[in-house]
Design a protein around this ligand. Structure first.
Ligand SMILES: NC(=O)C1=CN([C@@H]2O[C@H](COP(=O)(O)OP(=O)(O)OC[C@H]3O[C@@H](n4cnc5c(N)ncnc54)[C@H](OP(=O)(O)O)[C@@H]3O)[C@@H](O)[C@H]2O)C=CC1
Ligand SMILES: CC(C)(CO)C(=O)C(=O)O
Length: 313
């Protein structure tokens, strides 16, 4: 399958490497020129579960795609939420009438942006529990396990969703077609709504935060706000199951040592965060539905305050 990874940071690189290793025809598209040059000159390097691997995958700057002759069957979106609209504009020439677009960004509501550029029937919405970290241009660190949930937005497009899930699973990415992706997106948003902001403010990985005496009550308060907003949208989640999934992030043997992507953005790279698409989205929706969200509001404010202190760009 001809696959474009649109947003080739940490996660895009993971998916690019694993799909290439499974024999798919992959290209990477990104806006970070130094990263692109490094990949094209020396290959995309990864410390992959402790082993050094290098994959040679062509990488292109999203602002310079006019001469790229690649007929994309599948585009996997892996930008940061703030970059999504720009990336879709850049990809315009590559999106044929049958190109399937799969969104795996964290956060809520990305379909509203994607719909502006892609036929509704060609959109797959999903999320993932895989993790990844950037070491520097052309180099990522990949460890642990994960999975992907995805669903077709268009009616009767289940076969398309299944085909994409099969391609991902064939690359060991453990994908499954969900029949209720909004529930799955809210469930993942609860994971990000707790792990990402808190580990960033507390300067910790997930396992160290999980070991603190206050982790459980704070997680419970934030989850209850997410679930109340979800209920207002007729999305019903089982609180115990959500908390169990979050507790899974504290496991040092699996992904507990990971610093969430928001930590990588703000603390390591001085970059703006996706907080407005996670806890901030819950605050906005809470106001709309008359649902109080004090914990999400406070965490959103703390992250914005930290962004200002470190002059994040
Ligand atoms: N990392 C993780 O473990 C997980 C992340 N996600 C989600 O996946 C999506 C993509 O996240 P992720 O892969 O972490 O994103 P990254 O921050 O690694 O990459 C996203 C983009 O940011 C830019 N960028 C990243 N690092 C630098 C740098 N040091 N200097 C300059 N530019 C840089 C690049 O684009 P450009 O130069 O064009 O700005 C890149 O395409 C997000 O929605 C995230 O929440 C989901 C699950 C886990
Ligand atoms: C690994 C996980 C689940 C942590 O919240 C994630 O999605 C991220 O790092 O953004």
């Amino acid at each position: 399958m001809n696959i474009v990874i649109a947003g080739a940071g940490a996660m895009g690189s993971r998916f690019g490497i694993m799909l290439k290793q499974a024999g798919e025809n992959v290209i990477l598209v990104d806006g970070w020129q130094q990263h692109i040059d490094e990949i094209n000159q020396n290959g995309l390097k990864a410390n992959f579960n402790g082993q050094d691997v290098t994959e040679f995958i062509s990488a292109y700057n999203q602002n310079d795609l006019s001469d790229v002759d690649f007929s994309a069957d599948l585009v996997i979106l892996f930008t940061k939420a703030m970059q999504l609209d720009n990336m879709l504009q850049s990809l315009d020439n590559m999106l044929g009438k049958d190109t399937i677009v799969l969104c795996l960004l964290n956060g809520i509501g990305h379909e509203d942006v994607i719909k502006k550029y892609v036929d509704y029937d060609n959109i797959l919405l999903g999320n993932t529990m895989w993790t990844a970290g950037m070491e520097g241009p052309g180099k990522v660190t990949l460890f642990g396990n994960g999975s992907v949930d995805l669903q077709n937005l268009g009616e009767g497009k289940e076969d398309v969703a299944q085909k994409v899930a099969d391609v991902l699973t064939n690359a060991d990415l453990n994908a499954r077609v969900s029949s209720d992706i909004l529930t799955s997106i809210y469930r993942k948003a609860c994971v990000n709504g707790t792990m990402n902001g808190l580990c960033t403010i507390l300067d910790s990985n997930m396992a160290d935060f999980g070991d603190t005496s206050v982790a459980k009550p704070i997680v419970q308060k934030i989850v209850s706000e997410f679930l109340a907003v979800a209920r207002a949208e007729n999305v019903f989640l089982d609180e115990e199951a959500v908390i169990e999934q979050i507790n899974g992030c504290f496991n040092r043997e699996t992904i507990g040592l990971h610093h969430p992507s928001m930590y990588q953005d703000l603390i390591i790279n001085n970059r703006l965060t996706e907080i407005d698409y996670i806890n901030g989205a819950i605050v906005r929706k809470g106001k709309e539905y008359g649902v109080p969200t004090p914990y999400c509001e406070f965490l959103t404010q703390l992250i914005h305050s930290k962004e200002e202190i470190v002059e994040a760009k």
